[in-house]
Design a protein. Structure first.
Length: 453
């Protein structure tokens, strides 16, 4: 009988799958190293187990201990599986930009999850780097994994992922492409492949807001490049020790929008239901296609599974809110798709200024149409209220009719975006759309700007 003694023995030996539709214009054979076949559905299972085994061997991790790690989710899952089988407790520290699905999955397998803010410096005591390190110092019988600087990370890929790719391609691989986060995958696989054939090119996929590409090209760590980005699992605002820049031949950067759009396209055009970094990787590969020749064998590694992103990249409302959804937007009704199911927030002429302010705060809006018994008769916006309060600090008890401006123009749902833009440019803070059901919806400057390509 053939069976694994536990779930950890199923890690590795993932398949290579030919990519077809999305690479029709690429003059090479493109193969995906499909890491979602690991039991934790990501490439991180490999290094999670290796880091734990090495820590057990040298005494850093003792029986009954607590494993602590800062993770974007996938390493946490790999650690969780190993912790269950080996009898350890696990605390995962995550940044708040990670998907809810990742957090829920970690809790489902028994991990304790702490969420930290994304938009802070790595040295900030609130960052997930700092919190995980502090917990490792404070909790008795604990071990802080530190996947960014832990050499077992890259070693796992040198010992498993690299040899698998070499054997599966019969040594014919010419290019290896992968998203770079901790650096373990690209450095471990790259080291092995270049030892086998120094001519194999190793390309890293970076994201805007990350420092890798410029540092590799110039040796300059440019803090001005660091800003918040949406793409998960790749890019960093630090230089992890696991990133061996000497092994990497180059980087290409992929935008948040392209990463999200190509994540959807992989699912819909290749049947590959993958995570956000896979979209970035395949788009990066397409950006690099001029480097490939007819007989080349290009291997791109896809990190994780799409189930961890169903509330994000696979949700059209989420995509639309960020301007990532490529839709044909030409008329008024196209502009209100994102909030067409929500009621129009209004204020009545006899209500007080304080009521309008409260409504703006509650719904996070800047403009409100004003109504009376006859219908729409005026408007108030934050600039008008601000000016009113500058004149009189007691304006909160003033009726809306005393401070309101003219009513917003009303257009048909078929009115073009160009005509709506002209109305807003002429000084109107918003425009109302009259729908066939007799209801109205509001279009603001933000609605127009968010659909600019």
């Amino acid at each position: 009988m053939k069976y694994a003694n536990n779930i950890l023995e199923t890690i590795g030996n993932t398949p290579l799958v030919k990519v077809n539709a999305l690479v029709e214009d690429v003059d090479a054979l493109v193969l995906a190293k499909y890491e979602t076949f690991n039991p934790g559905n990501s490439v991180k299972d490999r290094m999670a187990l290796k880091m734990i085994e090495d820590a057990e061997a040298d005494g850093r991790l003792k029986p009954g201990g607590t494993i602590i790690e800062g993770t974007s989710g996938n390493t946490g899952m790999g650690l969780a599986l190993a912790a269950i089988v080996k009898g350890y407790k696990l605390i995962c520290v995550m940044a708040d930009k990670q998907s809810k699905e990742k957090i829920d999955i970690l809790r489902a397998v028994g991990a304790k999850v702490m969420v930290c803010p994304t938009n802070v410096e790595p040295e900030d005591p609130r960052s997930y780097y700092s919190v995980s390190k502090r917990l490792g110092e404070e909790i008795p019988n604990s071990w802080y994994v530190n996947q960014y600087d832990n050499p077992s990370n890259a070693k796992a890929h040198y010992e498993s992922t690299g040899p698998e790719i070499w054997e599966q391609t019969e040594g014919k691989i010419t290019h290896f492409i992968v998203g770079v986060g901790t650096g373990g995958t690209i450095s471990g696989v790259g080291k092995y492949l270049k030892e086998k054939n120094p001519n194999v090119k190793i390309w890293g996929i970076d994201t805007y807001g990350s420092v890798f590409k410029k540092y590799h090209e110039t040796g300059v760590f440019d803090e001005n490049e660091i800003y918040s980005y949406i793409t998960e699992g790749i890019g960093e605002d630090i230089l992890p020790k696991n990133v061996d820049f000497s092994i990497i031949d180059g980087f290409t950067k992929v935008t948040d929008k392209d990463a999200a759009v190509y994540t959807q396209r992989l699912a819909k055009e290749e049947g590959m239901f993958l995570g956000n970094s896979a979209g970035a990787a395949i788009k990066g590969l397409l950006q690099l296609k001029k480097h490939f020749k007819k007989d080349d064998v290009v291997v791109v590694l896809f990190h994780d599974h799409g189930s961890r992103y169903v509330g994000k990249m696979f949700n059209d409302d989420w995509m639309r809110e960020r301007g990532f959804l490529d839709e044909n937007v030409s008329t008024a009704v196209d502009l209100i798709k994102g909030h067409q199911d929500k009621p129009l927030i209004t204020v009545k002429t006899e209500e007080l200024v304080s009521h309008a302010i409260e409504r703006m705060r509650k719904y996070n809006i800047s403009q409100i149409p004003v109504m009376d018994s006859e219908g729409l008769v005026g408007s108030v916006d934050e600039s008008a209220l601000f000016a009113a309060f500058l004149d009189d600090k007691n304006k909160g008890d003033t009726p809306i009719k005393d401070v309101m401006k003219e009513a917003y123009p009303i257009v048909k749902d078929t009115t073009s975006i160009e005509d709506i833009s002209k109305l807003i440019k002429e000084g109107n803070q918003a425009v109302l759309v009259a729908l066939e059901n007799g209801k109205h919806h509001i279009i603001t400057k933000y609605d127009v700007i968010s659909h600019i390509k």
